[in-house]
Design a protein around this ligand. Structure first.
Ligand code: PBG
Ligand code: ZN
Length: 341
């Protein structure tokens, strides 16, 4: 039945009609708020490229966590800025690591809040890579090496990194982290983490795998927030090539086989097709991470008066939801929850 019988504008005439036929709804239950925890007390250090985002000491992070929870946002994901970095990421798995401290405090003070722990080594390694670095080929066999002189003279060692990731996961879960979220992109890490958690008796701790994580320019502001920029080279030998959607499906499939309970696509808006394809193909809860650069672009344009900030914020989240993500990690969690009120 074509025009003039069919008039699609009939259902757009009033706000009530539009609301009735709305196909995609955002609720704060879907949001996860990322937080950056640092040493000290009373610290609230602004991240220049991310307005409204701070490095928070544990006491301040607890206050923020309370606010997040009171807004109806069910979960936070924690990143740590350790007081020192080394070549074996001690700060990631130490019992008194910064995220471990924050997790204990938040569990005690805001017990209803779901705590996700980002599991990666880059924030804790002096070289800023997500795994163990070995110089190559001269010093192959040497345990670990100082940053190599030439960019191509190194390798991020896969299998040796798994042990540190597994150790980190067990340490975080023991400190009260509810959901383990590995973001390193080493092969086999979900399986290694699942085995380590189970061996430690942590059989009920779920894994949300950053399954399809692309090597992306959109992580720029995060690397300032988490002080995790690689000191040499880049992450292209472990994170995915943005050109590859079939490979993204293989990454997700592998993580599911290894025992992932939930999967993630990251970044979100530049990869909405990957989110949609994953939704179509897999039955697990699907998350998407609206990353720092996505957030910073909207903020910068809004500060210039070029776009309406709140409107674009909600439209961006809606697009991620519509593509098929049921869980959205976003720096807008608090502000969007306030608007949805
Ligand atoms: C650590 C990690 C990164 C992000 C989340 N976990 C940075 C990276 O891989 O370089 C990015 C998050 C963001 O940009 O908001 N591996
Ligand atoms: Zn990393």
């Amino acid at each position: 039945m074509a025009f003039p019988v069919t008039r699609l504008r009939r259902l757009r005439r009033t706000a009530e009609l539009r609301n009735l036929v709305c196909e995609t709804r955002l609720t704060p239950d879907a949001f996860v708020y990322p937080m950056f925890v640092c040493p000290g007390e009373g610290v609230r250090k602004a991240v220049g490229s991310m307005p409204g985002v701070f490095n928070l000491s544990v006491d301040e992070a607890v206050k923020e966590a309370r606010e997040v929870h009171s807004l109806g946002v069910p979960s936070v994901i924690l990143f740590g800025l350790p007081d020192k970095k080394d070549e074996v990421a001690t700060g990631a798995w130490a019992e008194d690591g910064i995220v471990q401290q924050a997790a204990r405090a938040m569990k005690r003070e805001v017990p209803g809040l779901l705590l996700m722990g980002d599991v990666c080594l880059c924030e804790y390694m002096s070289h800023g890579h997500c795994g163990i670095v070995k110089s190559a080929p001269q010093s192959l066999g040497a345990a670990v090496a100082a940053p190599p002189a030439v960019k191509t003279d190194y390798e991020i060692v896969n299998d040796a990194s798994l042990e540190l990731l597994a150790r980190t996961s067990v340490s975080l879960a023991n400190a009260g982290i509810d959901i383990i979220a590995p973001s390193d992109m080493m092969d086999g890490r979900v399986g290694a983490i699942r085995r380590a958690l189970d061996d430690a008796g942590l059989i009920n701790t779920p894994i949300l795998s950053y399954a399809a994580k692309f090597a992306s320019g959109y992580y720029g502001p995060f690397r300032e927030a988490a002080d995790s920029a690689p000191q040499f080279g880049d992450r292209r030998s472990y994170q995915m090539d943005g050109a590859n959607i079939h490979e993204a499906m293989r990454e997700i499939e592998a993580d599911i086989e290894e025992g992932a309970d939930m999967i993630m696509v990251k970044p979100a808006m530049p990869y909405l097709d990957v989110i949609a394809a994953a939704r179509e193909r897999f039955e697990l809860p699907l998350a998407a991470y609206q990353v720092s650069g996505e957030f910073a672009m909207i903020e910068a344009a809004a500060q210039n008066g070029w776009i309406e900030r709140d409107r674009v914020m909600m439209e961006s989240l809606l697009s991620i939801r519509r593509a098929g993500a049921s869980i959205i990690l976003t720096y807008y969690a608090k502000d969007a929850a306030k608007l949805l009120g």
